[in-house]
Design a protein around this ligand. Structure first.
Ligand SMILES: Nc1ncnc2c1ncn2[C@@H]1O[C@H](COP(=O)(O)OP(=O)(O)OP(=O)(O)O)[C@@H](O)[C@H]1O
Length: 667
């Protein structure tokens, strides 16, 4: 065996031929020549030592073939690949089949090449299996170019996959999830590209600041602080990508231009070794920049990577543009909605004003308060629902009742008015429901009641709070089913009457005191309208004043051209307890006294007292008696009784009560 091996000594290479001669194989080939001319590297190795290497092998290793022999084959293999190559060799040691593997070799000039190696034992028929010192013949081929191409294809595919994933992640993504998706995408990018930190910078309206909106850094590296960032801190760098340029500074600080003074300082302070930044451009707009920083090592990316990073930037820029457009759209939609609502309100107001002009000719005023009341009036007018008008005296309840009637389908028939306070209790029943002849003493003839009169029309029950308790059940029945009997007859009459009631009392409180039937109250209170006092709508005072001035002026033949501003201000600051009626009376008085075309109006001195002063004697008497009766718990006689308080005889008090229709509730 030793003899045979010596035949592979390079110096005795011709022994190959000798061996052929010994085998008596009459081959016409010169085998040494064959190996020497072979375009692939051929070598013979024993116990890991190269015994023979052909010239192509020398070319591969960048050495003279002679200098290769007697060296360990492993010594030419890249240190990182040696253990793998050794494993293959070990494996080969146990087999007779050829083994094949890829490895890197280091050339004499230090360059690295990827080679494919195939080795197989030189079989000796006398041995059953290859031994440790078996002679191996190997072939080595340079596959660097193929390998590089393979790696590039793989890398390109990986990058395309990353890009596809990034893009897909943003498709149909709701706006509020874009930020978290950008964060996740930055992380994926850093993990794929192997840099240490990626940061998202957006341009805003302020030229002096950019907005650092997202940043991801590998564990152990600090994230770039999120928030506004002054351009003055990194002027060269920011202006580069703000002008649409890419930034690639492989070696920091050497590769920085001289004017990047702040950048040099910043990077040294932060430990940034390389920086790559691509501008974010979409739809012809520059929206920001995406930076890739290297803190633990320098960037080894080839320059060609920039065009790929542009693609990544394009994905993000489109997302930013979409978000920006959606924000604009959202703002526009909100603005549209606001304008639409405003327009609707204005239309409503104009419609109400138009209604005021066309249908409520007698009602003066354009305050929000009266406009709201009129809107309610219009809404309820066309229905048959009962309406309860509440509000202080003189606020215009009767005028509004008239307006409701005039806006209803019943307008062709007159509205019938009943003032419940002005009729004595004994008369109110026949007034409302009518009577048969002789129904009671003094009722000589039959009379049609107001309900019958109001058939097909509207019945306005003014001062409903004064309606006698004992008649409230009968009133309720008519309201519920439109049926009643005239006094003194059993014949039921059916009517179609729409009821509008008004009161300046708190009817609900009266029901609690059992002064008013709650079932009647609820029946009347289907559509309550509260008429605001004049002091709560003082912007109506000037137009009301002028309306009264014109009305009285026409009647009195006087023409008023001006009212001093101060006077008008005084009118507006008065609290008008008697409301519009009081204002009307005040103007009437002033008009009587007026002797020039400027009207001087004296506002009533006191407010509440003045209202009382406008009450009739009967009203004042009634109020006072009721006040005392309630205070004394309706006790008329005896010490501390109502008669004593009023300083009149109990019988006189009883007579006055009967005359004024004052009765104790629940009696
Ligand atoms: N908005 C208004 N525009 C013009 N005149 C009005 C207005 N409101 C009320 N008036 C006038 O004020 C006076 C009082 O109004 P009205 O009788 O309707 O009030 P009221 O609330 O029914 O009072 P009371 O509760 O004392 O019965 C009337 O002459 C009425 O024409």
């Amino acid at each position: 065996m030793i003899d045979k091996i010596s035949a592979w000594d390079m110096n005795t290479a011709s022994s190959l031929q000798n061996r052929d001669e010994r085998t008596d194989d009459q081959s016409p080939w010169d085998f040494r020549l064959l190996f020497d001319r072979s375009p692939v590297g051929v070598y013979v190795v024993q116990s890991g030592q190269i015994r023979y290497a052909n010239p192509a092998m020398g070319d591969l290793l960048g050495r003279e073939p002679k200098t290769i022999a007697n060296n360990s084959l492993l010594s030419f293999i890249h240190p990182d690949d040696r253990s793998m190559a050794e494993e293959h060799r070990q494996q080969q040691g146990a087999e007779t089949e050829a083994t094949r593997f890829l490895t890197r070799i280091v050339r004499a000039d230090g360059t690295i090449a990827t080679v494919e190696m195939m080795e197989s034992p030189l079989q000796d028929e006398s041995l059953a299996s290859p031994s440790d010192d078996a002679v191996m013949v190997g072939v080595m081929m340079d596959v660097t170019a193929h390998r590089q191409a393979d790696l590039e294809i793989q890398e390109r595919l990986g990058f395309e996959q990353l890009l596809a994933n990034l893009s897909a992640g943003f498709v149909n993504l709701p706006c509020d999830q874009i930020d978290s998706r950008i964060d996740a995408s930055l992380k994926a990018l850093v993990e794929f590209l192997g840099n240490d930190r990626s940061t998202f910078v957006e341009f805003g309206d302020d030229d002096d600041y950019v907005m650092v909106s997202h940043s991801y850094a590998v564990p152990g590296c600090p994230r770039f602080p999120i928030g506004p960032f002054a351009v003055a801190h990194l002027p060269w760098f920011i202006n580069q990508f703000r002008s649409g340029n890419r930034v690639f500074v492989r070696r920091i600080p050497q590769d920085f231009p001289v004017d990047a003074v702040k950048e040099r300082e910043h990077c040294l302070q932060q430990g940034i070794q390389s920086n790559v930044t691509v501008p974010l451009k979409a739809g012809g707009e520059l929206l920001g920049g995406l930076t890739f920083a290297f803190l633990r090592k320098q960037c080894e990316w080839p320059r060609e990577i920039m065009s790929r990073l542009d693609l990544v930037g394009g994905v993000f820029a489109n997302v930013l543009l979409r978000r920006r457009n959606e924000e604009v759209l959202q703002k526009t939609m909100e603005e549209n909605l606001r304008l639409r609502q405003q327009l609707e309100q204005e239309n409503l107001y104009l419609r109400e004003q138009a209604v005021l002009k066309h249908h409520h000719g007698k009602i003066v005023g354009h305050s929000d308060a009266i406009t709201r009341v009129l809107a309610d009036v219009e809404r309820v007018a066309t229905t048959d629902a009962p309406v309860l008008l509440t509000g202080e005296t003189g606020t215009g309840k009767e005028l509004l009742a008239q307006t409701i009637h005039e806006l209803s389908d019943r307008k062709n028939r007159p509205m019938i008015v009943v003032n419940c306070a002005s009729l004595p209790a004994t008369l109110i029943e026949s007034e409302l429901f009518g009577r048969a002849a002789g129904a009671y003493t003094g009722a000589a003839s039959a009379a049609v009641g107001r309900f019958e009169l109001a058939d097909g029309s509207t019945l306005f029950l003014d001062e409903i709070g004064e309606f006698p308790l004992e008649l409230q059940a009968k009133l309720l029945r008519v309201l519920q089913d439109g049926r009643f009997e005239r006094l003194g007859t059993a014949k039921t009459i059916s009517v179609d009457v729409r009821i509008i009631a008004a009161t300046n009392r708190d009817l609900e409180a009266a029901t609690r005191k059992n002064l008013f039937r709650s079932d009647l109250f609820y029946r009347l209170n289907v559509f309550p309208i509260c008429v605001p006092p004049l002091r709560e709508r003082c912007e109506d005072i000037p137009p009301l004043t002028w309306a009264f001035v014109e009305a009285f002026g026409r009647r009195m033949g006087k023409s008023i051209k001006s009212i001093p501003r101060k006077t008008m201000k005084q009118l507006q600051s008065h609290d008008w307890p008697g409301n519009i009626r009081e204002l009307s009376n005040t103007i009437e008085r002033a008009m009587i006294l007026a002797n020039s075309d400027t009207l001087h109006i004296e506002t009533p001195a006191t407010s509440r007292d003045a209202a009382d002063r406008q009450k009739t004697l009967k009203e004042v008497e009634r109020d006072q008696i009721l006040f005392v009766l309630e205070k004394t718990g309706w006790r008329i006689r005896g010490s501390g009784g109502a008669a004593e308080c009023l300083d009149i005889k109990p019988t006189t008090l009883e007579a006055r009560m009967a005359k004024l229709g004052i009765k104790r509730p629940n009696q």
